[in-house]
Every structure is written in structure tokens, then in C-alpha cells.
Design a protein around this ligand. Structure first.
Ligand code: ADP
Ligand code: GN1
Ligand code: MG
Length: 356
């Protein structure tokens, strides 16, 4: 580890290094130095992100673009270069990068109040607005077909056919739930292909723990985890946030009675998101926000189930069966959204009228 740390142009000598955060993809460490500085050191998961060079070029150009428009250092991610001037390091078979740590911040796995969730929505909405003029064509697609739900279903069907771990028998109910919604799962991609929805520069992984709130004020500080910033759909950014933060339980809750989609949280997020970027969205984009929420949740459940069938090779897990637990919470949320569909649509309608 020392060799890796020494390769980056850090201020001071590192006095502590500990695992940090609850992301499923990268390995993250928080470092403190004797110069009073703190840094985030990460391995970049190159089994998932096949072209690390392009991924890091995306992040470097997006953060530089944002930094030009924002003077407060805590409000934009800042990469720390290696001593030889690179954005990342390849060492010990792993890719490494360093960011300045944003201290006195919160990264939540569940909102503690509707206000927290509202603030995260403002952050993601503003993020999309800030990137509205970003030259989208310069961005590499870091994971092809990332939110192409029909392609996610193709992978799912392959995992079912192969059943490499012999787990299929035990997840028949979940498989049936997913397949019953396959036709509807293509809705957003169909609208995109028909030219009815525009592509924007979006974040694509808008979980609550990917935005840092200021610990003191609980106002948004910084949108992080920029690995998947690519052209995408506004409703997917909105929807992925609802999937995670409007749930009344954590993503891997075992007791499904505790898992519902809170309409209060749904409304809070809708207000925050639309107040920040609603004026720039088309009517169809606004109308399809509930579908974005449902399909991001369904897609995520299908991805967890696929990974479970394939032996848990994609998402980081802490115990056997965690991906199945995650899948079940997502499907419970989808079911709950189906029960609350008219209410969700009415909230969107109401809030979008208010912001006009
Ligand atoms: P993953 O792709 O694994 O989710 P993230 O980039 O989201 O990786 O980092 C994991 C966690 O580390 C985040 O959820 C957050 O809690 C924390 N984190 C990441 N970057 C910073 C930063 N610059 N300052 C403070 N905390 C950070
Ligand atoms: C992953 O990296 P992280 O933990 O913020 C995943 C998202 C999923 C999410 C489910 C690159 O997000 O797509 O929605 O887990 N990121 C990638 O919690 O696949
Ligand atoms: Mg993350």
C-alpha cells in the first residue's frame, strides 16, 4: 500500500488509512496525513470498467468543467495526480486513483428525513443542469448499454439458461416476477428510439450515498461517484434516486414487510428534482418520471438476481445471499409502486404545475 500511496502527490505523510463508505463497485479508503489533509484512495473496478483510461478522461473533463463554474473546493470532486502527472496509477494488477476527501460531510444509505432527500434531489437536479452545456460527444460510454433495460433482460435470460451455480430452482418466484414485466421494461428505451425522449448528460447512478451533504447544514455539497456520467435519460437519474432513497428500508433488508415506497419521500424528491431542473425537461420527460422510477427499480432487481444466478461476481457482497435479498427489496418496491401508481402520477402532475 505504501508504494501506491507514495506514487500520488499528497501533502504530508499518511498517518491513517481505513476502508470507507458502502459502495458496491470500487474499494474505497480514507487517508489522513500529518499535514492535516484527507484523501479518498480508490481501486477502480476494471472488471466492470474495461477502459479505465477513457473512464478517467471522462472524470477529469467533467470535474474540470464543473470546477470552472464553482469556486468552493468542497462542491466539486478534485482528482489528485500521481507524482508523474497522471490521473491514475496501475500497480499490483489494480488501477488506483485519489480524490481530495470532502470532510464533515454525510453519505447516507437512508435519508434521515424528507428534507435530506429533498436536498439530495436538488443536488442531482442541479448536477444535470450544470452539465447541460457539457460536450456530450466527448464522453466515452464507460459501461455500454448501462441502463438499456432490454439488454439487462437478455443477460438475465442467459443467466437463467446457464444457471452456473444451480441457484435457479430457489428463485423461481423472483424469476417469474421479473419475466411478467419484461414487455413493460422496454418502455423507456422504446420512447428513446422513437425520438420521444432526449438524451442528456446524466449521472446514471444517483443513489443517495453518491451525494455528500454538509454535516452541519445538511445542504448538498457535492455529487460524487462519476464513473457512469454518460449520455442518458433524465427519468433514469430521477428514478434511480427514488429506487434507493424513497424506500422505507435499506437495499438489503430481509424483512420485506419493512420495505415500501414512501409517498412522502417520493414527493420530497420530486419537489427537489423538479425545482432544480424541471423547467428544462420536456412534457414527455416529466410524464415518464414514474416509469423511470419503476423501471430503474425493476432493472436493478433484475441485475441483482442475474448476479446472484451467476455467483455474485459483479456487486460487492458481505454475505451469501445478499444479492438475492437486494433483488427481493427491489421487486417489493416495484410491486408497491404498482399499487401507488395513480398517486405517484398525481404528485408529479401537481408538483410540475407548481414549478411552471
Ligand atoms: P462506489 O462506486 O464503490 O460506490 P464511490 O465513488 O461512490 O464508489 O465511493 C464510495 C463511498 O466513499 C461514497 O459513497 C462516499 O461515502 C465515499 N466517498 C467517495 N468519494 C469521496 C470524497 N471525495 N469525499 C468524501 N467521501 C467520499
Ligand atoms: C452500484 O457504485 P455504487 O455502489 O454507487 C451500481 C449501480 C446500482 C447500485 C445498486 C457502476 O452503485 O448501477 O444501481 O450499485 N454501479 C455500477 O445499489 O454498476
Ligand atoms: Mg457510490
Amino acid at each position: 500500500m505504501e508504494k501506491i500511496i507514495n506514487a500520488f502527490a499528497l501533502e504530508g505523510k499518511v498517518i491513517s488509512c481505513a476502508r470507507h463508505g458502502s459502495g458496491h463497485i470500487n474499494k474505497t479508503f480514507l487517508l489522513h496525513t500529518d499535514a492535516g489533509k484527507a484523501y479518498i484512495l480508490q481501486t477502480i473496478n476494471h472488471h466492470i470498467f474495461k477502459d479505465v483510461k477513457s473512464l478517467m478522461a471522462n472524470i477529469a473533463s467533467v470535474t474540470a468543467f464543473l470546477a470552472e463554474r464553482e469556486s468552493d473546493r468542497r462542491r466539486v470532486l478534485h482528482l489528485v495526480k500521481t507524482r508523474s502527472g497522471e490521473n491514475y496509477l496501475f500497480e499490483n494488477g489494480e488501477y488506483w486513483r485519489v480524490y481530495e476527501a470532502i470532510l464533515d460531510s454525510l453519505s447516507l444509505d437512508l435519508p434521515e428525513s424528507a428534507e435530506d432527500f429533498y436536498q439530495s434531489a436538488v443536488a442531482f437536479g442541479q448536477f444535470q443542469m450544470q452539465l447541460a452545456d457539457f460536450p456530450a460527444a466527448t464522453l466515452a460510454e464507460t459501461i455500454p448499454h448501462f441502463h438499456d433495460t432490454p439488454v439487462r433482460y437478455e443477460n438475465f435470460r442467459r443467466a437463467i439458461e446457464e444457471d452456473v451455480c444451480g441457484r435457479l430452482e430457489s428463485v423461481k418466484k423472483e424469476v417469474e416476477f421479473a419475466l411478467a414485466r419484461e414487455e413493460e421494461a422496454g418502455t423507456m428505451m422504446r420512447l428513446l428510439q422513437e425520438g420521444k425522449l432526449p438524451l442528456r448528460v446524466t449521472h446514471n447512478d444517483t443513489k443517495l450515498n453518491n451525494v455528500l451533504l454538509d454535516k452541519a447544514t445538511r445542504k448538498p455539497l457535492c455529487v460524487i461517484d462519476l464513473d457512469t456520467v454518460m449520455p442518458g435519460l433524465a427519468a433514469n437519474d430521477y428514478g434511480d434516486s427514488i429506487r434507493f432513497g424513497a424506500s422505507t428500508a435499506t437495499e438489503d433488508e430481509k424483512d420485506l414487510n419493512k420495505v415500501t415506497m414512501s409517498l412522502e419521500m417520493f414527493e420530497a424528491y420530486t419537489r427537489g428534482f423538479l425545482s432544480a431542473c424541471g423547467k428544462s425537461l420536456t412534457e414527455t420527460e416529466i410524464k415518464t418520471l414514474p416509469m423511470g422510477a419503476k423501471l430503474m427499480t425493476l432493472e436493478c432487481g433484475v441485475r441483482f438476481l442475474t448476479d446472484y444466478l451467476q455467483g455474485d461476481t459483479y456487486f460487492g457482497t458481505h454475505y451469501e445471499g445478499q444479492n438475492l435479498d437486494r433483488c427481493r427489496t427491489q421487486f417489493k418496491l416495484v410491486w408497491d409502486m404498482e399499487q401507488k401508481w395513480d398517486k405517484m402520477a398525481a404528485i408529479i402532475d401537481q408538483v410540475s404545475k407548481e414549478i411552471k
